[in-house]
Design a protein around this ligand. Structure first.
Ligand code: PAF
Length: 295
């Protein structure tokens, strides 16, 4: 039987377990989560093991990144189950603070701004969301002092915002992206899938099918507008899916790419199934039509 991770609830306990910053040669990774863990999170933890000697997982449902009317109160929480999963995945330390531990003075007055990155796509629908994400990510980086932090490609815009913050604020941490983990039917794993009833769960397959259609269009050398419409046609055929956006964007700025764009781009979708909002994306390489002799 393997010993489980140390579970720490306060910043004092965390600091004691990690030891004074800068005094150890142990390479440390952090995986930040809001709990309700699934295979996608566990893939982050396993990948972290390949990048570091010590893996710290944070579990914290961050109120700052939830808007009014969002699912902060009903967000699934089960620390015991999460710790069991993390023991099997090989986490060394679980930091699971209460809200008052992370924000001891109440909601912080000074916050990180995601700037224009926080206004596009998810940010347009969830104003302030990325400011809340970046604020807690920065705080957790300061508390954990990792060498490397791992984030899922599933939250593509979050990944862009974190990378931009690391660049703009000169943070000394390596950011590693981990591919999206999908269910057997293509649906991207998400803690929010638990909210779907069976019909909505079946309809949710349209998101990954739409992205696959976009990928096929890109593979066939079609240009950006045809890639968007190939994906949109799939979504439009599923009446239970209400699309918030489908966008083909630059992988670092989240700006829509030009019609003649060539090179990497992210095809991103957000849609509602009843009261549940899901996001998904795929990274594409737009190369344009193959030259005549290559066909
Ligand atoms: O991706 C998430 O679960 C959250 O946005 C994160 C990075 C843990 C910050 O609260």
């Amino acid at each position: 039987m393997t010993a489980g991770p140390q579970v720490l609830r306060t910043r004092v306990e965390l600091a004691a377990a990690l030891g004074p910053h800068g005094t150890t040669t142990v390479r440390r990774a952090v995986v930040m989560t809001m709990g309700a863990l699934h295979e996608g999170h566990l893939a982050l933890v396993r990948t972290a093991r390949d990048h570091a000697d010590q893996v710290v997982v944070t579990i914290f449902v961050n109120p700052l990144q939830f808007g009014a009317g969002e699912d902060l109160d009903r967000y699934p929480r089960d620390l015991g189950r999460d710790v069991d999963l993390l023991a099997a995945a090989g986490a060394d330390i679980v930091f699971a603070p209460e809200v008052g531990e992370v924000y001891p003075g109440g909601p912080p007055v000074v916050r990180v701004s995601a700037g224009v990155l926080g206004e596009r796509l998810e940010g347009a629908v969830r104003p302030g969301h990325f400011d809340g994400v970046l604020t807690v990510v920065l705080k957790l980086l300061h508390l954990v002092h990792p060498d490397v932090a791992l984030f899922g490609q599933k939250d593509a815009q979050q990944l862009m915002a974190v990378r931009q913050m690391v660049h703009d604020l000169d943070l000394d941490v390596e950011i590693v992206a981990v591919p999206t983990v999908r269910d057997h039917d293509g649906v991207a794993l998400s803690s929010r899938n638990a909210y779907l009833d069976p019909e909505q769960r079946a309809a949710a397959r349209a998101l990954s099918r739409a992205l696959a259609a976009g990928r096929a269009a890109a593979g066939a050398g079609l240009a950006a507008p045809r890639i968007r419409s190939a994906a949109m046609d799939v979504l439009a055929a599923e009446p239970a899916v209400v699309v918030d956006y489908l966008a083909l964007v630059d992988a670092s700025t989240a700006d829509e790419v030009a019609d003649d764009h060539q090179g990497p781009a992210v095809l991103a979708v957000a849609a509602r199934l009843g009261a549940t909002r899901l996001i998904d994306n795929v990274v594409l390489d737009l190369r344009g039509p193959a030259p005549e002799e290559d066909r």
